[in-house]
Design a binder for this molecule. Sequence first.
Ligand SMILES: CC(=O)SCCNC(=O)CCNC(=O)[C@H](O)C(C)(C)COP(=O)(O)OP(=O)(O)OC[C@H]1O[C@@H](n2cnc3c(N)ncnc32)[C@H](O)[C@@H]1OP(=O)(O)O
Ligand SMILES: CC(C)C(=O)C(=O)O
Ligand SMILES: [Mg+2]
Length: 527
Amino acid sequence: MTDTIRANGSATPASTKDRVLIFDTTLRDGEQCPGATMTFEEKLEIAELLDTMGVDIIEAGFPIASEGDFEAVSEIARRSKRSTIAGLARAITADIARAGEAVRHAGRPRIHTFVSTSPIHLEHQMRKTQDEVLEIITRTVAQARNLVEDVEWSAMDATRTPLDYLCRATEAAIRAGATTINLPDTVGYATPDEYRMMFASVRERVPNADKAIFSAHCHNDLGLAVANSLAAIEGGARQVECTLNGIGERAGNAALEEVVMALRVRGDVLPYDTGIDATMLMRASKTVSNACSFPVQYNKAIVGRNAFAHESGIHQDGMLKNQSTYEIMTPASVGVTKTSLVMGKHSGRAAFRSKLKEMGYDLGDNQLEDAFTRFKALADRKKHVYDEDIEALVDDNIATAHDRVKLVSLTVIAGTRGPQRATMKLDVEGRIVTEEVEGNGPIDAIFNAIKTIVPHEASLELYDVHAVTEGTDAQAEVTVRLTHEGFSVTGRGADPDTLVSSAKAYLVALNKLMAKGVRLHAQAAAE
Ligand SMILES: CC(=O)SCCNC(=O)CCNC(=O)[C@H](O)C(C)(C)COP(=O)(O)OP(=O)(O)OC[C@H]1O[C@@H](n2cnc3c(N)ncnc32)[C@H](O)[C@@H]1OP(=O)(O)O
Ligand SMILES: CC(C)C(=O)C(=O)O
Ligand SMILES: [Mg+2]
């Protein structure tokens, strides 16, 4: 692996892009966030995805933590194809031995051992002196290096550690055999400039710094995890530790998808490559979200459901003219099917017109203006305006107001002596057309008459009658649904005569189909 990677990139941008290794810790630090525990099978599924999408190092777990973690790390190690598999270990002999045992079946095994270096941690958690910790680093890194070639050492709470001591600890770890040095912002305290400077200074001051790859591991307590990771790269880090959806201890870790896409989209100022197949990001995000039952926030960068959705009219207008007006990457580049223009109170005419077209409506300017006014009034009252709302709004208020085919008169001969016969007179775009047609029952005769006058291939999907008032003179309401060319429309007609209601309902549906641009031609000659 290392022959294709420049282990120690310089802080100044190179002419060709340097490679930044992606170290995914979704299964370790990610799982540390409360409630995110994943099952053995879920971990295997996620690890396989990470391996396929080109993650360089998968931190599969903390083997000493539990039997389950040990089993998961071992199985992931056995199944790994391309990725290096790391197991975490404290600076404790038993932890390192257990991690070594878990990763040993991997094609590329790594032991990741860590110890605190900051005064706060040394005093209150480790209860050790700086010299004692230096001795621990030397001993435990050497132990790990005896088990595997690839050893990562982390200075826990590096960003609250005095630079002098951080340099001494780093030098000791490299001398003992560490091949990767991770300087984590364990508590999410650093600012980008500080973090960049810390890497640049340590790499400059530690005499054997060129023997290791430097790594960033950032937490999001101040919302700076991704910014800090990018700053670390500018300071010379060539490995970034991150998680899918940014899950992790407390406010989480740097989000893998954000780091990867920042490097890809802003390659002009951050000339670094990763080996990640970004088109798998959305799928990976969903898999992790499902596994740990953590919803992805709607406005999450890259993988949130609004990341490629536009609601405001000015943006939608720009997007319809050219996607680059309001999108800096294509949805396809991260595995999202398409941009969505969401119709709401902030939408304008351009998006409304485009939405109607997409729904199959072909309205004139006045009709469109009419519908747009009604749409705005609806959107003011309703949080979500669905396609069905727009359809109803257009169907009920526009299509029917501009009927191209109107009922003039209808006479039906029915009774026990068939066949039943309907004599229908229609106004077809100003021409009066009459036909007398038979049918298998009066309704069939009526619908056949309409089909004879206005030939079409729409099929009848639903015919439903119910009384809307009581008594023998009850108003009958008929519902007819027609489908044609993938469009489905519903027409309603009410009249004390059920047969007339049926004719009206059918004609309402037929007019709606025509308003959607379906071509229907009146055949018979005008009277
Ligand atoms: C910044 C990070 O993300 S670090 C990783 C954090 N992740 C986890 O802790 C998840 C898994 N952890 C666990 O399952 C458990 O904490 C275990 C199995 C590791 C340890 O369990 P226990 O033996 O019961 O110890 P407990 O968790 O109560 O305390 C941690 C001990 O480790 C010590 N410790 C913490 N970090 C280190 C380290 N890097 N090296 C050596 N010792 C350490 C603490 O000082 C404490 O020791 P003490 O009991 O002598 O005071
Ligand atoms: C174990 C280390 C790398 C860690 O997760 C941290 O410091 O945040
Ligand atoms: Mg961490």
